[in-house]
Design a protein around this ligand. Structure first.
Ligand SMILES: [Zn+2]
Ligand SMILES: [Zn+2]
Length: 158
């Protein structure tokens, strides 16, 4: 079982999103709400399986329901595996995502680091901006590190 506070927060969030908070839905949602980073369906299944018996199809079906109702983000990645992150746990509803074009890693990014003024943006566009979810593409820290050591091996003595 997730921590009692996490389970309780999940129950409240799911209810508010219009989803009946069954035990399995709470378990699947909590696996994401707890996580710093988006997880693949496989990773979510493994997290839930650590404490509970649940079948794979049930997890996949719940992920579809949560994504379709806007409780979680479903993020397509270059490696072909969708990743999921919560919109009401560790990360707020509005946040952005960094995609590594080398390894396919996807990371959640706090919009505060993007220095965006949503009110100013809305005024400039004459639109009301309720949510900002930008896609950032680039090379993640570990791929950049790997590229640096490859470089170092090719140029010994430098
Ligand atoms: Zn990478
Ligand atoms: Zn995210």
């Amino acid at each position: 079982m997730p921590h009692a506070d996490t389970a309780n927060a999940a129950r409240i969030f799911l209810t508010r999103t219009g989803i009946e908070p069954t035990l399995n839905r709470i378990l699947v949602y909590s696996a994401m709400a707890d996580s710093d980073q988006p997880l693949t369906a496989r990773e979510i299944l493994d997290k839930v399986l650590a404490d509970h018996h649940i079948n794979r199809v049930t997890v996949y079906r719940i992920l579809d329901l949560l994504a379709d109702s806007g409780a979680v983000n479903r993020i397509a990645s270059v490696d072909g595996a969708s990743r999921f992150c919560s919109r009401g746990g560790r990360w707020p509803a509005g946040h952005s995502h960094f995609h590594c074009t080398r390894c396919g890693e996807v990371r959640c990014v706090d919009n505060a680091t993007l220095h965006l003024d949503e009110t100013e943006l809305g005024n400039a566009l004459s639109m009301r901006v309720d949510n900002v979810d930008l896609r950032l593409d680039g090379i993640c820290a570990s791929c950049a590190e790997a590229a640096r050591s490859d470089q170092a091996e090719k140029q010994p003595g430098q």
